[in-house]
Design a protein around this ligand. Sequence first.
Ligand code: PGA
Length: 259
Amino acid sequence: MASRIPLVAGNWKMHKTPAEAGTFARNLLGNLPNNLAVNVVVCPPFPALPAVALKLADSWICWGAQNMHWDAEGAYTGEVSAPMLQALGCRFVILGHSERRVLFGETNEQIRKKVEAALSYGLKPIFCLGEELATRDAGEAEIFCLSQLADGLEGLPWANPEALVIAYEPIWAIGAGRTAQPADAVAVMERLREKIASWHGRDFAEKVRILYGGSVSPESIGSFMKEKQIDGVLLGGASLKLDSFSAIIRAAAEAKQGT
Ligand code: PGA
């Protein structure tokens, strides 16, 4: 099996002013040794990106955005584009988060266009998918997630397995204080990886990072990271506090060492 460097991504959602985000980024950098075997990305709200970029420039921690439009420019009030994010040094962009899908009505078709645009600008999409509780209770979680994967990614020019990251985030676990069972997350992820292998081959699929997201905490991180299929986590609430974010990053790095 290919060894995949774990990734811990922090989605700050609509939290932190530019000053708060910049201070947090500086403190995070100061709080962690720079030789951890883990990749870290912070995704602040758009206005805080320049402040974060300034503090993290030339460091080992990356930054990214939480959304973007698929066109490079145009009459789209309130939107931002891939080249704008690229100009701010973003390496990643979260796309298809369930809050975008559910609260703002983003469709699979729109998300697919965003993923394609991000790839073409060399921004790494963190492509999110996941089921509602009713879908899981009906025993249809895997089939639902597979169809979201196909709607978002099938047939796209995705040439490098490391150019895109997938985040499996069951909607019922986000911000709920309740996580999925690691074994249930692994079952979904195995199906996702098989599907990617059917499109791009087994070697390619083995190099794609698949994260878990949904109420991960310093207490639960170990149970996820000990699973071979789980390559890291997408954090919401736990990434807003220096102590919990740092603890999770350290635990993710340690868990995968020697595996
Ligand atoms: P949470 O959010 O960790 O607060 O559940 C996860 C996410 O929305 O990505």
